[in-house]
Design a protein around this ligand. Sequence first.
Ligand code: ADP
Ligand code: MG
Length: 547
Amino acid sequence: MATLANLGGQPVLILPEGTFRSRGRDAQRNNIAAAKAIADAVRTTLGPKGMDKMLVDSMGDVVITNDGATILEEMQIEHPAAKMMVEVAKTQDKIVGDGTTTAVVLAGELLKKAEGLLDQEIHPTVITKGFRMAKVKALEALEKIAKKVDITHEDILRQIAITAMTGKAAERASKELADIAVGAIKRVAEGKEIDIDNIKIEKKEGGSINDTRLIEGVVIDKEVVHTAMPKKVEKARITVLSSALEIKSLETDAKVSIDSPEKMQLFLEEEDKILKRMADKIIESGANVVFCQKGIDDTAQHYLAKAKILVARRVKKSDIDSLGRATGAAIIHNLNDLKKEDLGYANLVEERKVAGDQMIFVEGCRQPKAVTILIRGGTEHVISEVERAMQDAVKGLAAALDLGKIVPGGGAIEIEVAKEVRKYAESFEGREQLAINAFAEALEIIPRSLAENAGMDPIDKLAALRAMHEKATSPQYGLDVFTGNVEDMYKLGVVEPLKIKLQAVMSASEAAEMILRIDDVIAAGGSERAPAMPPGGMSGMGGEGDY
Ligand code: ADP
Ligand code: MG
């Protein structure tokens, strides 16, 4: 369907044949519907009583999770507005690491409320303006309600970790796992600086969740490459290599012609020499351990084994980085550059058996902050979910300590902020007031969903919560989803980092505003499943020049 502009009675073709276009209310409604569909998809997973989703990909691989970001990532979403919602989850995940479902659900609810206002013929710009003002107020209220926390408040830290993990498969062992998360954070914390890159999360199937351990050092899921190599090296001097110990196959079309047995012999000898030189380079540097990101030729292995060097190959890029950081080794991209000063150090490098598999433990590293959380569990699905829970806990702790502030969970904070935003709305009139109030109502989707997901009557619970929050002294009262009572969340230990809520409010309202401002969707032809926006947004408007 090409779009025509009318010029003096002559139709003028401004878009190429096959371009999909929807405008005005249609475009708006379609985008809102798509965004709401995304929010609905994850809403039932919110909170400790939220359900899990089973996701099956085209290869038949199964992921069972309750994690908003993971669900959306696996869903392969096509619709452009829906994709913006996925971005909300991704941003939340990247910046805070937890609160992804909250952010997406909030964005969906803002759009739902906006739809109601559009129905009352309120213009989108009025709505977005009201939302923007309400957002500023909400962020302010969040800051005001938040309570201080620091690295010495171990009990609170444990509560943050447990709150972040509840609802994920880890629940049964959440106390032990929370202790591990707090232990790890305490190890890497230095004043206010917390670098969670020092915490490596590794998993190994087998055993039970309770076998999960905090290990001081780096654990690599690899084995020593050659049987003749040592399995244990004390006072390890470590080379970390990102390049292969192999002879590169020729990249051009050059041919080597071998037409006699002598030439063949020479060729092989030459190869052997090159590989030996590589091994010698390492031996000369004084290294007794090598971690290599790429492959290692059998011949090179042989020479390294003879020199009693412990070697692992095909080590993941992320592990190479961790090893570099932990042992102080410079990551070597070209073997010719290897110098003695580039070596890292650890008291002990040892291959050990974990659940029937070999893993390499690097302990007593130069950087004493490097730790590994080695997650164990019965099945792949269980450990993957425990891994996600552990990530939420560790990142949640880092987020809490980053701003040094926490807020009460269980919907308490949302009810309180909604109250403040409503109060603020009173200073406005008419349509703007409606928009600000809509924002306040949207915030209440969080306690509402927590109640619904726990099988409780959301209307009753919201009424009880609101009544409690009328008192100035009880901003921390939220819903105990296990009993249905309205409780003091600080006493119950349901606390969350302020950063989660700040970021969720920011990215949710930004996404909602952005979607509301769109009144024209133009998608290039050829995309069968239109409307899928062409990359770069509007550049599909061929003849009109590039925007
Ligand atoms: P998200 O992806 O947004 O982190 P979760 O499924 O982790 O979603 O749920 C987080 C919500 O669950 C937060 O609002 C938090 O306050 C709430 N929550 C966590 N533990 C409890 C609890 N024990 N009682 C009530 N609410 C809880
Ligand atoms: Mg969470």
